[in-house]
Design a binder for this molecule. Structure first.
Ligand SMILES: [Zn+2]
Length: 164
């Protein structure tokens, strides 16, 4: 019984530590908020963290893996990272992640429930003034995950995290 409680507490500690590992692309959003942590399992004395890969073109995966191992090591936990064979969807992002993105001027991906339609790629509200009078400028922003839009109302360019 005590054994089980210890494991539960350890699991909570590991999740709390993971919530301090920030996404390399959006440094104020944690991996937990991004929804890329699929599971945490204790195997023997070490924890196995399963990570859902985000956009295949993003070079962030190795950075995430190293950050997870270093952060858990700092908390006194041995760990390894496995890559899940399932697609990540932007629907897995938490509301807090979406709110933080909007705050720094990145339009968050639209919730799509698995139905990604072109319409959602074109009608994007401006993260600064919420105007719908926006247009896509460039499909390829600073990373493959992002596109550049322009707001005709407040006349500012903004980035959008593409939905997936
Ligand atoms: Zn605007």
């Amino acid at each position: 019984m005590i054994e089980q409680e210890t494991t539960q507490r350890e699991h909570q500690e590991v999740w709390d530590l993971l919530d301090t590992v920030m996404d390399p692309e959006i440094p104020m959003v944690s991996l937990v908020e991004l929804g890329v942590i699929d599971s945490v399992l204790k195997e023997g004395e070490a924890f196995t963290v399963t990570l859902i890969p985000t956009f295949s073109g993003c070079p962030a995966l190795d950075v995430m893996r190293d950050d997870i191992i270093a952060t858990l090591d700092g908390g006194g936990f041995d760990s390894s990272v496995k890559i899940a064979r399932k697609p990540w969807s932007t629907d897995r992002m938490s509301d807090s992640a979406r709110a933080k993105m909007k705050k720094i001027g990145i339009a968050p991906p639209t919730l799509h429930g698995g139905n990604v339609e072109w319409e959602m790629h074109t009608k994007i509200p401006c993260p600064y003034c919420d105007s719908m009078d926006t247009q896509i400028e460039n499909h390829f922003g600073p990373t493959l995950c992002r596109a550049i839009y322009y707001c005709n109302t407040c006349q500012q360019p903004f980035e959008r995290f593409k939905q997936l």
